[in-house]
Design a protein around this ligand. Sequence first.
Ligand code: ACM
Length: 564
Amino acid sequence: MVDADMLIPRPRLSTPGVGSFEITPTTRIAADDASDSVRLYLQQTLRGSTGLPVRDAETAGSDTIALRVGADDLLAGPAGSVEESFRLTVTTDGIEIVGGGAAGVFYGVQALLQLLPADVYRKGRVDAGPWTVPVQEIADAPAFAWRGVMLDVVRHFRTKAEVLRVIDQLAAHRINTMHFHLTDDQGWRIEIRKHPRLTEIGSWRRESQVGAHVADADGVLRPQAFDGRPHGGYYTQDDIREIVAYAADRFVTVVPEIESPGHVRAALAAYPELGVTPDQPVEVWTEWGIADDVLNAEDATIDFFKDVLDEVITLFPSAYIGVGGDECPKVQWEGDARTQARMRELGLADEEQLQAWIIGQLAAHIESQGRRAFGWDEILEGGTLSESATVVSWRGLRGATTAAKRGHDVISSPDDQVYLDYRQSDLPNEPIPVSIVLTVDDVFRFDPVPAGLTDAERAHVIGGQGNMWCEHVDSVRKLDYQLFPRVAALSEALWSADVTGPRDLADFSGRLAEHLARLEAMGIEYRHETGPFPWQERPGVPGRPHSREERAAYIDAVTANIAE
Ligand code: ACM
């Protein structure tokens, strides 16, 4: 039997009891109207793995798993909300899960599943059981409202079914936000009815770079190899609606991101008139890195992106809509007479202000429709961001500090703590090594709140997210390897970090060992302590490893313009 000491994330309060309750062929599920979708989730999960009928009960009583929403006696989560809080009570007679909202009931169900044998995560039956839960009471609530993972489906496309699988995995780890990176230089992955060439042209590239750039004799970084195969794909609007609905049933909000004013080459390949040099057409980029190609600042281009955002806003009910904003090179704007004239016309002093002006136009459009814009920490540059815009601090936590001090909400996603594309060890057989070593222990230590903030400033930090960039992640198996078990550590950091005090790595490692059996049962090919699987090794494919010192010096230099 599994007791509360073995849960990930660790519960705030747990009281062990005596005895146990066994789910048997007679056990039923009772749910109030508000918890009905959670009943279905629990029923499908239990029927699949246990083969037990777990039928509906009209009312809670003996031998039932009772699910309901009610505000009684729940711990308060972020900013006093109990929406995601729950109390799980196991007696010898049955189980009750009370949530502050349906989300809380769902998280209570996730705790219950972890208290059952790991085989409960299988989709087909094995000779397993008994399905016994120890008597106990657990009361829990999350530390942060935004518990996110960003998924990059541009650099390598993931099919709809593969995205749904990721959503299942995130939901099981109480990650409630999937930031969906849908557009970039290397592809455009969402159907936009008003501008069909975005996907007709922009969703495929001719081939893909293999591995990282390597410096030549003159120190210029160059790609070493290409795979010679077209790569692409996109989601129809029906696909998007399905993904959003599937995620909502699992209390995951899908938050879309449409990149601007850089990382737009796929859009420029489809509609060259959006760019600074329309007479020199570009193709959907086949390389990784930062392309010089950016949007021009004409009204028609802003209007085009507003059209795109209108369709995106209709498809995604999320409070937040992403405008991108990162890594926008200025070289095209600097060398272009039309852009310089436009800057004078708009009264903008430099290219940084032009970047801020474009972001400002798009953010205002999003806000005019009752949503909030969010973007990478470069949106702080230029200093004119609307107060409701929310900043994802990715180049360390400098952006988080500055944003919070300027009164913006913050999502912390520092690359040196939660970039899930970064290599997981120094081993020579690690697949295509990216940047610094970022272990599961490093992610476990992640605290989204930067040091040195006042209470009022701290309140702006609404949470954190891990970023799964996929330049070198070209299969589901590789995706599993990068995500897990680091997402389990992320889950703990974002859910219960504030109550665990100093992070107890030994305690977490013990619980993680138990958790790996759950991942195994889910069919996740997580990274084993002993290193990569042989098929993941890519001898001869160049990576770009850095030391922490090199990385820190670089980040310090490139964020100097957003220091407080
Ligand atoms: C980023 O990693 N370019 C946000």
